[in-house]
Design a protein around this ligand. Structure first.
Ligand SMILES: Cc1cc2nc3c(=O)[nH]c(=O)nc-3n(C[C@H](O)[C@H](O)[C@H](O)COP(=O)(O)O)c2cc1C
Length: 368
């Protein structure tokens, strides 16, 4: 299997399967001298853990991260960082059914076709949402790196679930409120409605999708390598690696197609000696290059495919059509657990491009 490495200068290699021994990550290119501890990474992982709320999978995993290399005396050494999580709460029995009768909407059938039946199908194997724990580990390190060196901040949060929309919220509120509720939405009134909607659909044996928005603050001007490594191209590639993502838009996004040039263009003005745009319909990126305004993007997540309602599928041995009721423990909505994953993936791309632009040195001078 190729395709498990992301980035050019901040390289992320993800490994492991849902019901294998572990899931983990190797990061090459993280500069030396970054203060880093398991506890810091753990804080981010705890935001993605299953089994802690009514709106997530009942699989209970501690998701305790172990740093195996690349960190010494509390600082990164410049050597590859290897970190992993041991899988503990594993029950592969329900997946024996899915081996022969693939889940509609999941990767069971395409994986079977591509790997000739040799892929680890237990718990969805490499196609499980569980592998995104490794994205969160890499993302926690990337977030620390870009915040410590460039004061950049990455904020992701839910703005829509099951058709229920959140109102617009200021950056300060987003920072304070988004992780205070189970659905990770900074509009607390909408958050409660979203939570109820997820539970209502789950009780009917169904699932819902939604939209995650992400903002990057304090972005340096000039990140992005046009044309094939433009900032939009690389962010899209990283974010489409998150399972269940079906769409991405930057700034005004698809709405831009309905506007005139005079309505869309962000005018340039000078404020306190800096060239800025008072509006940000471009989402902080022009020509694939950051313009110093906040990066704003949105991701559409599909409804979870593993639902209890009977669905039509085939038996891959007999090629007969059959009805399938999916067993096992599943998220009735992927959005709440995907929020820290989105933050992590965006941070990895921003770290990669900041190093490529020469803004982060090979050795960081510790602040203390
Ligand atoms: C955090 C997270 C948790 C997920 N949990 C589930 C789940 O419980 N059940 C499920 O069927 N899919 C879940 N998914 C989505 C599947 O992994 C995904 O739909 C599948 O691999 C097929 O890939 P695709 O949707 O990108 O085509 C989850 C995804 C993420 C990011």
């Amino acid at each position: 299997m190729t395709g498990n490495v992301l980035g050019e200068r901040f390289l992320v290699l993800s490994f492991g399967e849902s019901h294998g021994k572990c899931v983990g990550v190797v990061i090459d290119g993280c500069p030396a001298g970054l203060p880093l501890s398991e506890d810091e990474i753990q804080q981010d992982l705890n935001l993605r853990r299953p089994g802690l709320s009514k709106v997530t999978s009942k699989r209970f995993e501690e998701d305790r991260v172990e740093l195996l290399s690349g960190v010494f005396n509390g600082y990164t050494t410049g050597a590859p960082i290897c970190a992993l999580i041991w899988n503990k709460d594993v029950n592969s029995k329900p997946y024996e059914q899915m081996r022969k009768t693939p889940r509609p909407g999941h990767a069971d059938l395409t994986a079977f076709w591509k790997y000739g039946g040799f892929n680890d199908w237990r718990g969805g194997g490499r196609f499980s949402g569980r592998i995104t724990a490794t994205f969160v580990i890499a993302g926690a390190i990337a977030k620390k790196l870009i915040h410590h060196t460039l004061d950049m901040e990455v904020l992701a949060y839910s703005i829509e679930i099951g058709g229920i929309k959140a109102r617009e919220v200021l950056d300060e509120e987003i920072k304070r409120l988004r992780y205070l509720n189970e659905v990770r939405c900074p509009d607390l009134e909408a958050a409660e409605k979203m939570r109820m909607k997820i539970m209502e659909e789950e009780s009917k044996g169904d699932s819902v999708g939604g939209i995650v928005e992400c903002r990057v603050l304090n972005v340096p001007i000039g990140l992005g390598e046009p044309v094939f490594s433009s900032l939009e191209s690389d962010l899209s590639k990283a974010l489409f690696s998150i399972p269940a993502v079906k769409g991405i838009e930057f700034g005004a996004g698809f709405e831009a197609s309905r506007l005139r040039g005079s309505e869309f263009n962000d005018p340039f003005i000078v404020k306190e000696g800096k060239t800025i745009t008072p509006t940000n319909r471009a989402g902080g990126i022009l020509g694939g290059i950051s313009n110093g305004m906040p990066i704003v993007l949105r991701l559409a997540f599909k409804p979870t495919s593993s639902i209890k309602k009977p669905q039509k599928t085939i038996n891959i041995e007999t090629l007969k059509e059959v009805d399938l009721t999916v067993l096992g423990r599943h998220d009735p909505c992927i959005v709440p657990r995907a929020v820290p994953v989105v933050e992590g993936m965006v941070a990895c791309v921003m770290a990669d491009h900041s190093i490529r632009a020469g803004l982060i040195p090979q050795v960081i001078k510790a602040k203390v």
